[in-house]
Write a protein that binds this ligand. Structure first.
Ligand code: PAF
Length: 280
């Protein structure tokens, strides 16, 4: 397994594989890999000759008061996980390698990034789009794999690839959950024992919404209030947002029909967690 911090070396290696007629899968990550990332790597392993994983805690997608400094990092552990999963190349650049002096080449889209997480994290998606565009240029892969847990991110990247003509297939992969239903996330490590126990409320509230939808409920406002009522039963939960939107446009809808994203963001103590259901 190659571990490289160099854009030039990484790009040359991927180009060499492409020249040999090999297919390449890319799994972009910020490291501290968990079962969710492993499932993306496994899928990439099955569908491609070569698998690249990027590990880069991207400062550009963190706001001034967010957790950039405390975001968990462990390259040694991540490398072991990648090696065992059959990864061919880890791209692990320094910040200076990705963003040189006078950097100003931002990728920014309208509409899709403005609601949900974009409303409370104003610079976040500009940072994600910029770094993902750079990763697609550095590692010109055939396919890139993203988790559906970050559903708005997935919708934005899909749109970006269409609008900016990237020659790459975007594959969305299912959310991986703990046994009690909490969606796996590197940020779960911030939770105290009491917070961890209460964090299960996110998935439970979405389960209640799904039961109502299966029973025929189509009114988006009613679905939102079912989720909000359930979340409000949890003493440590503070709602950031509960939204029912079109999965294609991330705009609010009144009726649950077509491609729908039910998305929530909730603080459990001081940790902000997200979860969702995508209906197609
Ligand atoms: O989902 C993530 O871990 C990050 O947002 C990504 C896509 C790796 C970009 O930094």
């Amino acid at each position: 397994m190659i571990i490289s911090g160099s854009i030039k070396e990484t790009r040359n290696q991927v180009k060499e594989w492409k020249k040999q007629g090999l297919s390449v899968g890319l799994v972009p990550t910020m490291g501290y890999l968990h079962e969710g990332h492993k499932s993306l790597i496994e899928r990439a392993r099955k569908e491609n000759d070569k698998v690249c994983v990027s590990i880069f805690v991207n400062p550009m997608q963190f706001g001034p008061n967010e957790d950039l400094d405390s975001y968990p990092r462990d390259l040694e552990r991540d490398s072991k996980i990648c090696e065992e999963a059959g990864v061919d190349l880890i791209f692990h650049p320094e910040v200076e390698e990705m963003y040189g002096p006078n950097f100003c080449g931002f990728v920014d889209m309208h509409t899709l990034p403005e609601k949900l997480c974009g409303a409370s994290r104003p610079v976040h998606f500009r940072g994600v789009q910029t770094v993902v565009s750079k990763l697609f240029h550095i590692m010109p892969a055939d396919r890139a794999y993203f988790g559906q847990k970050d559903a708005q991110q997935l919708a934005i990247i899909r749109r970006m690839v269409i609008d900016l003509d990237f020659d790459i297939e975007i594959i969305g992969c299912p959310i991986i959950r703990e046994e009690d239903g909490l969606a796996k996330s590197s940020r779960n490590t911030y939770l105290s024992a009491e917070e961890r126990a209460q964090a299960v409320i996110l998935n439970q509230s979405l389960e209640e919404a799904m039961k109502a939808i299966e029973a025929g409920e189509k009114d988006a406002a009613k679905i939102k209030s079912i989720i909000t009522d359930k979340l409000n039963t949890c003493p440590l939960a503070k709602i950031d947002y509960v939204e029912v939107v079109s999965f294609d446009t991330i705009q609010p809808i009144e009726k649950v029909e077509g491609a729908v994203l039910i998305a929530i963001a909730v603080y459990i103590g001081s940790t902000r967690l997200i979860d969702n259901r995508i209906l197609m």
